[in-house]
Design a protein around this ligand. Sequence first.
Ligand code: UD1
Ligand code: UDP
Length: 388
Amino acid sequence: MDKLRPLLILGTRPEAIKMAPVILACQARADAVQPLVCLSGQHRHMARPILDYFSITPDLDLDVMAENQTLASLTAKLVTALDQLVTEHSPDCLVAQGDTATVMTAAMIAFYRHVPFVHVEAGLRTGNLQAPWPEEFNRRVAGIVASLHCAPTAGAAENLRREGVPDAQISVTGNTVVDALRMTIERERANSAAWTKRHPNLAGAAPMCLITAHRRENFGGGMENICQAILQLSARFPEAQFLYPVHLNPNVRQPVNKLLGNQANVALLEPAAYPEFVWLMDRASVLLTDSGGVQEEAASLDKPVVVMRETTERPEVLDATECYLVGSSVERIVDTVSSVLERVGTDVTGKATDGDSGSAIIHSSLFGDGHAAERITDWMLKRIAGTK
Ligand code: UD1
Ligand code: UDP
């Protein structure tokens, strides 16, 4: 039988993290799968280092990113470049993860070219097209087109059923974010001395608040509120460390550098490499974020997480860990983070402890058991290779 030839497309930081396990699982089935890996280049700087960490060399790089790109210009470039790619390589299926512009355009091209589309992390919904924006739109487009919907949780599968997707096209695989985290965490705990050397201010027992924020619906007033809240918190907890690896989007960097650049216990960092960020999450007392992936990781690491969004498409996180959905009001952020910091005191690892190591060990979480990528690969082989 001919090998299955999937074209795996990824563009941004979270896609690299969540697709790496799928690529590795395809490579592990070299007897039956011949994967082609394409970087769209939507994130020119933040995606490739992650593939390097997992020893993955992309076959192609469309290099579409421009400084401060608009959604329309990015989408236009992706549509043209992906169409050409699919025409040249005639893959058996297109595989993409999540809800970015890269995923939405990959789904469109799969539809136009009559190629089966496999959607990884399918079925996440807030029900509000404006939040997260434009991601709720992007994932709905992917959901209309997909032949195989790899749902991370039973709740995501239920969302798809409610939209009329037949059961046979849905599989609850778990989220590959857990696969990536499990591949990384022990390796980086073993590397702890090197990371502590890089972050000497974290060597002691001081509580640490790890911050990320990049959502478009928070641009403007939301980002300013988030920065004001961090300013107030850093003044109220002078012994605590506030670490903020700042996203490369200029709409984020500009207000963050302006408002938080001069506070002694606030460290503004370049985006952390994924292994470093995993180590920092493990070391953190509390995570403060508007990221999707970080919510799943917080749940998997059993860390308190304060989510600076009005709504989440990951309702499981509310059950899985100590999670507070606070929006971007200064007062709510300050009050919530304060109560967590007051409680954790100098327990630098937050609430998660596991004997001597002082940290949680991930066996599985509500988001998966670390074997999602194998399930996705097996299902593709059964359903797509089976029809060749
Ligand atoms: C994108 C996704 C968002 C995802 C986020 C993950 C869309 C519409 N948005 O948002 O869903 O949650 O990635 O981080 O798909 N930049 C660089 N180098 C990089 C990456 C970004 O310089 O490696 C700068 C560029 O100026 C770029 C800008 O950031 O134009 C915005 O990048 P873009 O991918 O359009 O949006 P994000 O906000 O990163
Ligand atoms: N992450 C990282 N370095 C950072 C911040 C985040 O490697 O400085 C990782 C994090 O572990 C998570 C992913 O990036 O897996 C989340 O990406 P992002 O917040 O950019 O996108 P989202 O998940 O919101 O789409």
